[in-house]
Design a protein around this ligand. Structure first.
Ligand code: CUO
Length: 671
C-alpha cells in the first residue's frame, strides 16, 4: 500500500522572513489604535498621543497619492461636514459610505506606513468611531505594508455590535464597581419562537465576524481604479452566501425545522425579530413584529426593487447581458455566474449598472427599515444594515434564499455536466471513511456539542482596572476532531483535487432527498490538492484543515502576548481574517444521530488549476480560499464554485462516475 502525500498546513509555514521588529512595532500600533474605540485616543499610549499632538496632515500632502483629496477631507471633517461622533455609521447610507470611502482612499493611498498610520491617528481623533474603524480595517486588510498584521476580533473591538443589552449593562455595572464578573449571554427570543432553536447559528459571534470580514475583503463599493482586482468576486458573493444559506438549512433540519422560505416582496415577513441590542450611543436596534409587509422608502420603492429583479430574471432567461458599450455577453459559460453576482450585488461593473440597480443593497435596507419606513420616529438602522449584525435576523437567510434562487435559475439553465466532464480517467475512489475521536473506523460518525466560550470585555471601556476581569460566556456549536480517510486507485502517478461535500439524507418530511433535488443544498466541507501515486493511495485529511474555515481568532490579549514574546509562529504574511468558523464546520445533527451523505470527488488537478506554476504544495497552503477566494491574483482552482453540484443533475446513475464516492455518515450531537 502506498500513501499519498499528506500536505503540510499553513500554520507550519515559517514566518520569520516576514516578521521583524518593524512588523511588531506596526502590529502594536494597530492594536493601540483600535482599543477603546468609542473613547478618545488613550493617554496610556505615548506613540499615539505624540502623533495626535504633533501631526498635521496638511503639512504632509506629498505623502499621499492625492494631496488635494487630503486637503478637502481635512477641511470637511474640521468644518463639521462629516458624520458626528455619536451618530451611527451605516455602510448602506450613501452619504456615510461616500465619507468612509473618501477616508479609505486616503489611507490606502498613503505612500508609506508612517504616513498611513499618522493619518489614521488623525482620523481616529476627529471622526465617527465606526466609520473610522471600517475604513481603517479595510485599509489594513489591503495595504501591502500591512500584510500579516492581525486585527483583533470585531466582537472585542465593538462588543456592542455583537452582544445583547442586558450583558452590556451588567458589564458596565461590573466596571463601575470594579467587580470581577462572568456574564452568561443567552440567545434572543423565547421557546415560543421556533426560530429560536437556530439562534445559536445566526447569533454566533464567529458567523457574524466571518460575514463582516468577508464584506471587508470584498467590499461592494470597491472600485476598479484601485490597483487590486478581485478575482471572481461576483461568483464569490453568490457562493459564500449560498453556502451560508445551505448551512442554515442544515441547522434547521437538525432542529426539526423546515428549510428557510425565500422572501417574497408581496407577502408578509412571517418571522419578527427582536435583537435585544443597543448601539454605543444608547439607541436601541429596532425590533420587527411578526407579519410585517414591505413598505416603500422615500428614496426607493418596493416596485423599484422588483423592477431591478425582473430585469435580472429577464437576462437570466435570455442567457445574455448587454455590456454598457453595447456588446452582448453570453451567460451560458462558466463566467456567467460571476457576471450575475456583480450585477446582483451592484459592484463596479460594465453591465449597465443603472438598468439593474442595487437589488441586494436595496433589499437589505428595505428589511432594515421595515418598521419605520418613513423614518417618522427616527429609528436607527436595523441589524440588516450592518454586516456584523445581519445574520442574527432569520430574515437575513430568507432574503439570501430569495437571492440564491436567482443564481439557481441561472445555473439550472446550463447544460448538466457530461460524463466526460465529470470523469477523471484512470482515477477511482474506492472507499471513504470518517474517523472520529474514538478511532472507531466503522462508526462513520462525527460528534457535535456545545462548548462555552469566554470573551473578555476589558476593551469596552477605558480605565477598567486591569485585574478586574469582565467576561461574557456563551454557548457555541463545536465538534469533536475527525479525519477523512479516502482510498483511491490511480493508473499512473498524477495529481488531483479532492472535493468534499455534505448533504442531509432526509428532508423535513422524512423523505430521502435525491441528488436531483439535493445537489443545490450541498455543503462544502473541504477542497484540497493531492499527489497520487500509481496503484492504491490512502489519503488522510484532518477535518481541521478545511479550506472553508479558519481557527479561532486571537484575542486582543493573545496578540499583545505574541508581540511581547516576539512569537513569529502567530503571524503570517498571507493570514486571512475571513473564513467560516471552524467550530461550525459540521452541522449540529441530532442527539439520536442524523443521517448525511458525505460526497467525495477527485478531479484532475492539471485541468482545474488556472494559475501557471501553482504546485500542489503551494495550493494546499492557501487559507480559507473556499468561501473567501484570494486577496490578489487568481483563485487557483478554475472549476465553478460548488462543482460538480452546482448544475442540474438529470440522472443520478449517470452522474456518479468512478472518481466519486458517496457514503452515509451520522452526525450526532452530545447532550
Ligand atoms: Cu452578506 Cu446580504 O450580503 O449580506
Amino acid at each position: 500500500m502506498k500513501f499519498a502525500l499528506v500536505l503540510i498546513g499553513l500554520c507550519a509555514l515559517a514566518a520569520a522572513d516576514t516578521v521583524d521588529d518593524t512588523f511588531y512595532k506596526h502590529q502594536t500600533q494597530v492594536l493601540h489604535l483600535v482599543e477603546h474605540i468609542y473613547e478618545p485616543i488613550s493617554s496610556h499610549y505615548e506613540d499615539l498621543t505624540t502623533i495626535k499632538k504633533t501631526y498635521d496632515p496638511l503639512q504632509h500632502l506629498d505623502n499621499f497619492k492625492d494631496g488635494d483629496h487630503v486637503k478637502h477631507f481635512v477641511h470637511d471633517v474640521t468644518h463639521g461636514k462629516y458624520l458626528a461622533h455619536d451618530e451611527i455609521f451605516n455602510i448602506f447610507h450613501p452619504h456615510h459610505r461616500r465619507q468612509m470611502v473618501y477616508l479609505f482612499e486616503i489611507l490606502y493611498g498613503a505612500k508609506d506606513f508612517d504616513s498611513f498610520f499618522n493619518m489614521a491617528v488623525w482620523a481616529r481623533d476627529h471622526m465617527s468611531p465606526r466609520m473610522f474603524l471600517y475604513a481603517f480595517s479595510v485599509a489594513v486588510l489591503h495595504r501591502t505594508d500591512c500584510k500579516g498584521i492581525t486585527l483583533p476580533p470585531a466582537y472585542e473591538i465593538t462588543p456592542d455590535m455583537f452582544l445583547t443589552t442586558d450583558v452590556m449593562r451588567k458589564a458596565y455595572q461590573a466596571k463601575m464597581t470594579a467587580t470581577k464578573t462572568v456574564i452568561p449571554m443567552k440567545f434572543t427570543g423565547s421557546i415560543k419562537n421556533p426560530e429560536q432553536r437556530v439562534a445559536y447559528f445566526g447569533e454566533d459571534i464567529g458567523v457574524n465576524s466571518h460575514h463582516s470580514h468577508w464584506h471587508m475583503d470584498f467590499p461592494f463599493w470597491w472600485k476598479r481604479s484601485y490597483d487590486v482586482t478581485k478575482d471572481r468576486r461576483g461568483e464569490l458573493f453568490f457562493y459564500m452566501h449560498h453556502q451560508m444559506v445551505n448551512r442554515f438549512d442544515a441547522e434547521r433540519l437538525s432542529n426539526w425545522l423546515p428549510q428557510v422560505e425565500p422572501l417574497n416582496w408581496h407577502h408578509e415577513i412571517e418571522e419578527g425579530f427582536a435583537p435585544a441590542a443597543m448601539y454605543f450611543n444608547g439607541q436601541e436596534f429596532p425590533m420587527r413584529p411578526d407579519g410585517i409587509h414591505f413598505h416603500d422608502l422615500p428614496w426607493f420603492t418596493v416596485k423599484d426593487t422588483e423592477d431591478y429583479e425582473d430585469r435580472i430574471r429577464n437576462v437570466i432567461a435570455k442567457g445574455y447581458v448587454k455590456a454598457s458599450d453595447g456588446h452582448t455577453i453570453f451567460l451560458n459559460g462558466t463566467e456567467g455566474i460571476n457576471i450575475l453576482g456583480l450585477v446582483v450585488e451592484s459592484l463596479d461593473h460594465d453591465y449597465n449598472r443603472h438598468y439593474f440597480g442595487k437589488l441586494h443593497s436595496n433589499a437589505h435596507v428595505l428589511l432594515s427599515k421595515v418598521t419605520d419606513p418613513e423614518q417618522k420616529f427616527g429609528t436607527p438602522p436595523g441589524v440588516m444594515e450592518h454586516f456584523e449584525t445581519a445574520t442574527r435576523d432569520p430574515a437575513f437567510f430568507r432574503l439570501h434564499k430569495h437571492i440564491d434562487n436567482l443564481f439557481k435559475q441561472h445555473k439550472d439553465m446550463l447544460t448538466p455536466y457530461t460524463k466526460e466532464e465529470l470523469d477523471f480517467p484512470g482515477v477511482t475512489v474506492d472507499a471513504v471513511k470518517v474517523v472520529g475521536k474514538s478511532e472507531d473506523s466503522t462508526a462513520n460518525q462525527i460528534v457535535t456539542f456545545f462548548d462555552e466560550s469566554h470573551i473578555n470585555l476589558g476593551n469596552m471601556w477605558v480605565h477598567t482596572p486591569e485585574k478586574v476581569g469582565i467576561e461574557v460566556t456563551m454557548k457555541r456549536l463545536n465538534h469533536e476532531a475527525f479525519k477523512y480517510v479516502i482510498t483511491a486507485t490511480a493508473e499512473k502517478e498524477t495529481e488531483g483535487i479532492v472535493r468534499i461535500f455534505l448533504s442531509p439524507t432526509y428532508n423535513w418530511f422524512g423523505q430521502e432527498i435525491t441528488l436531483q433535488d439535493g445537489h443545490w443544498g450541498a455543503i462544502e466541507m473541504d477542497r484540497f490538492p493531492v499527489k497520487l501515486t500509481a496503484g492504491e493511495n490512502v489519503i488522510t485529511r484532518s477535518g481541521k484543515k478545511s479550506v472553508v474555515t479558519i481557527d479561532e481568532p486571537m484575542s486582543f490579549a493573545e496578540i499583545h502576548k505574541a508581540v511581547a514574546d516576539k512569537d513569529a509562529t502567530h503571524f503570517h504574511k498571507e493570514f486571512r481574517h475571513c473564513g467560516f468558523p471552524h467550530r461550525l464546520l459540521v452541522p449540529k445533527g441530532r442527539p439520536e444521530g442524523m443521517h448525511y451523505k458525505l460526497m467525495v470527488v477527485i478531479t484532475d488537478y492539471h485541468k482545474d488549476v488556472v494559475v501557471p506554476d501553482m504546485d500542489v504544495e503551494h495550493m494546499d497552503k492557501l487559507q480559507s480560499v473556499g468561501y473567501c477566494g484570494v486577496m490578489e491574483g487568481k483563485i487557483p482552482d478554475g472549476k465553478p464554485m460548488g462543482y460538480p453540484f452546482d448544475r442540474r443533475i438529470s440522472c443520478e446513475e449517470s452522474f456518479i462516475t468512478k472518481n466519486m464516492k458517496f457514503v452515509d455518515i451520522t452526525v450526532k450531537t452530545r447532550v
